[in-house]
Design a protein around this ligand. Sequence first.
Ligand SMILES: *Cc1c(COP(=O)(O)O)cnc(C)c1O
Length: 459
Amino acid sequence: MHQSITIEPFRIKVVEPIHLSSREEREDYLKNAHYNPFLLHSREVIIDLLTDSGTSAMSSAQWGGIMQGDESYAGASSWLRMEAAIKDLTGCPYILPVHQGRAAEHLLYSRIGGKGKVFFSNTHFDTTRANIEYSGATAIDLPLADHQDLDDLYPFKGNLDVAKLDQEIRKHGPDKVAAVILTVTNNSGGGQPVSMQNAKSVAEVCKRYGILFILDACRIAENAWFVKHREDAYAEYTYREIAQEMFGMADGCIMSAKKDAIVNMGGFLALKDLDLALRCRTVLIITEGYATYGGLSGRDMEAIAQGLDEVFKPAYLNYRIKSTSYLGESLHRIGIPVIRPIGGHAVYVDAKSFYPQIPPEEFPGQALACQLYLKGGIRSCEIGSVMFGKYDDHGKLIPASKELVRLAIPRRVYTQSHIDYVIATFKALMVTRDMVKGFRITYEPPFLRHFTARFEPVE
Ligand SMILES: *Cc1c(COP(=O)(O)O)cnc(C)c1O
């Protein structure tokens, strides 16, 4: 292969037509969706970058496995295959299958959380925070305060601030701390990687205080790519060995298989402690399904076992990380403010500096997401004050620390020309950026409001 050019390391066997809507159609669609891209119908979208979760394309080997799915209620061979794959990867002896990551979060955090308990993380993902808060506990983010600037090229901006962690544990008292959750890569923190050194330091602190250390391992393979290429000590390791070493430091992990297991549905909780696993298993059987399938079909479990193998292949991971950085670096070159270095699964645009005229109370990220849709039929996701804003006692918005729009790239779905179309759409948005206005919320639910909130344009 020509070494300087990275190509998609697959051929396309099945295609799915895209409806190429007109601007007039999209204006209607967006209005009917109350200016919330989550409420759009997928056929109204041209390029769907809402999420990389469950939207990836499975391989022919995964589809082949689907036909071999064993749908037995108990002890299915597909379960045994998935369980063996996860045990080998994580080193955890107790594996609980679930229908997706948040179910695993619910099992674990409802057991160890509750009123008065505290969780620390480099950044809690939205469903993680919601599950913790729903249990009555508090979730505190400890990202690296010194490396939050957009253009700070620190190679591991996803790291947890270990000195701060130590301070916070002593402040709250170790017995109040339910767990430390290291999210790799750091999804809400810009899809940025976490170094092995950082994971080691976190593990040491947790060990010292006797605190449970959990990996949120949704994108463990993508994180391994960054460790191999940015952390000298790991240059000779395989991606899989890097992941295994990181899992080895934790007391367990939660994984949404909809990310780095390259499937459309699934997840698991893996634990090293039998007693904790049994407590979680009781809830699993009540809420998800029997212990050898959780919320999954046998065919789902076959596809997960296969996907966990494919995701660590060097040709795949190289293509994956380079195609994400192709989008991000191209946007940077034309003057779009993006978080750099570019992360693994998504490009994060800073809507606050793209639309400085829109205050946080009028949601600049929501404005950018709507403009991207109107101009190019591109669906993206606001990660700012709609997702993470809170209200004070007087009902005034406490804005999120950043106003981002995430362009998440589904795995093996879009080609380079699709991505070039996204870049061209951003170019067009540069022309009208001064005229764009914000939004106000007309309806919102009490938890995870970004999924179902409704908006109207500010005049
Ligand atoms: C997606 C995700 C989850 C939740 O998983 P679901 O399968 O969507 O329920 C948890 N943590 C992180 C970091 C994620 O990206």
